[in-house]
Design a protein around this ligand. Sequence first.
Ligand code: 5GP
Length: 203
Amino acid sequence: MTSKGSLLVISGPAGTGKGTIVKLLLQDEDYVVSVSTTTRAPRADDIPGVTYNFVTTEEFMNMIKNEELAEFAEYVGNYYGTPVKTIKELLKSGKNVILEIETLGALQIKARFPEAILIWVSPPDYETLGERLRGRGTNTDEDIAKRLATAKRELQFLPYYDYIVINEKGRAEDAVNDIKRIVSINPMAIKQNSNFIQTFYKL
Ligand code: 5GP
């Protein structure tokens, strides 16, 4: 059995409450988060270097060219990506590494790190989504409309995920506990034990 940390991909429509869930997970010292690089302009609640590393489009294109990104995607007019170096360094710590990324990036991670656990965090219903986005107060109306349309498009990728966690209103703690339960049974998953299985059963 393996005792290394898991690579955890958390996706879900904007406004699902992923940010809150990740913050709560980070209160547990067994979890670390990968800080993404983006060309999006910082919002009022962003802290450069903590929520994101903010770069110009030219800098982002250079990162792609130099193969510095494990995955990247364009989302509502901006680029977002995960540096390879960040994932590798965090995985070495033996902790559970969280990537809070959208669907196209998640599929690239699944191809590159087949052992990654893909978790879809869902709001309980579509209305809650809009409410949460508007309640955030940091997105423009146009941005909110685009994010809601993107949320619908992203649903087509749901079958590629391993688990779905519903984030009920005011119950983020429950969603966090669900994610921890998924992580705790993960060492027993067949896909995490391919070396053991191939050696022992000589497949
Ligand atoms: P926001 O602009 O609200 O911070 O993020 C917009 C979307 O980009 C969210 O769905 C978020 O999960 C996703 N995202 C953040 N960082 C990355 C990343 O490094 N790669 C990818 N593919 N998506 C990301």
